[in-house]
Design a protein around this ligand. Sequence first.
Ligand SMILES: [Zn+2]
Length: 416
Amino acid sequence: MSASGAAVPDVVELCRELVAIPSVGDRDGEAAVVAYLESLFAGWSGCDVRVVEPAPGRPSLIVEVTGPLPGPTLLFNGHCDTVSETPGWTRPVHGAPLEGDRLYGLGSTDMKGGVAAIVCATLAVLAAGGPRAGTLRLAATADEDAGMQLGVPWLASRGLLDADAAIVAEPAGVERDFQQLVVATRGYSYVEVEVVVPKLAHASRYDPTRPHAVAVAADLIGAIERELRPGSVEHPLFPMGSTVVAGYEFAGGEALGRLAERARFSVGARLLPGVRGEEFMEQLTAFIGARARVAQVVVTPIAVSPFATGMEVVGDHPLVVLARAAVRSAGYPPPPLGGMSGFSEGAYLAARGIPTLPALGPGRAALAHGPDEFVTASSLRAAVSIYGELIAEILRPGSPIALAARPPSAGTGPQR
Ligand SMILES: [Zn+2]
């Protein structure tokens, strides 16, 4: 279905091209990457290409290719933004010649490699005349690494990413490529705690049984870290359970010789699948309330970031079974089921009821956000073949993926 002799690019070359385009989310935005990707689809007929831009300079690209027969919709997602460069790089940040199997560059593993692979897999489907049945939907999205607002959560909440199965091309490797089959992620919750101790005496008459706000806050920070265990505490894929960090930020104290009446700190929790951020906040509020009575303080937890609930797809779901077979076909050992200790935007898709693999992509998570990040050329090529096998197995008559019962999607939002 190439109208003008367009060809499917080599995935390693495409990854290199994407790495060469700066796309730090909250500095450069994603417009240049999205424009480049959009241009790759320009020579093809048979696909529906749209750019959705909730805020200026923060676009996402959505491409759809539909087969001649009814069938499920399979979504591939990857984010186009990167973190900003960390100190310590010994190679050019925006691209270097291949060193053996390694392509170095900012965002190579997280996750321009994954974006390159899902784009090449989609173009290969176009070159083959489309899927046999159903719809292939590609979403190359904005705003994952810094804000996590304008990309997947924005699009998903408007039904623009609805599908019967979804694959996020975040790195499946940790230290080795395709090391595990990630079927779950933890969620997160950030809250702010404000300690107020009004009408304290002059410091010269300080009564330590009625501590000042900074002392109360310091006590609470220690107690939260030592004692607070959010929600459910065990999960086979997450030996560390849910984890809490108290005191990411701290402010308090006004002047020497003046007892602090106010202190403020933030608390972040990484929550096991199924534990909602709201539940954690309620638990934290009760935990603090029990201590606040003793200390006679007022404590106000405030949500400072949207909550995101972790997700899990069951191990015998056809998507999982097919993905394991495809990883094996690509020449890797059969990957054990794994949990992602970080977060994947696949959780927003799972929250829509979409069976989702939150990280089935090239690259290694251990290299993300660090100097001399690289992706292997072999994992890029493997990813394209894994996606090709999944597309062939899922987008066909008699697909093992069931069609979701879902109300028709709502508005489509701004487009250009
Ligand atoms: Zn990522």
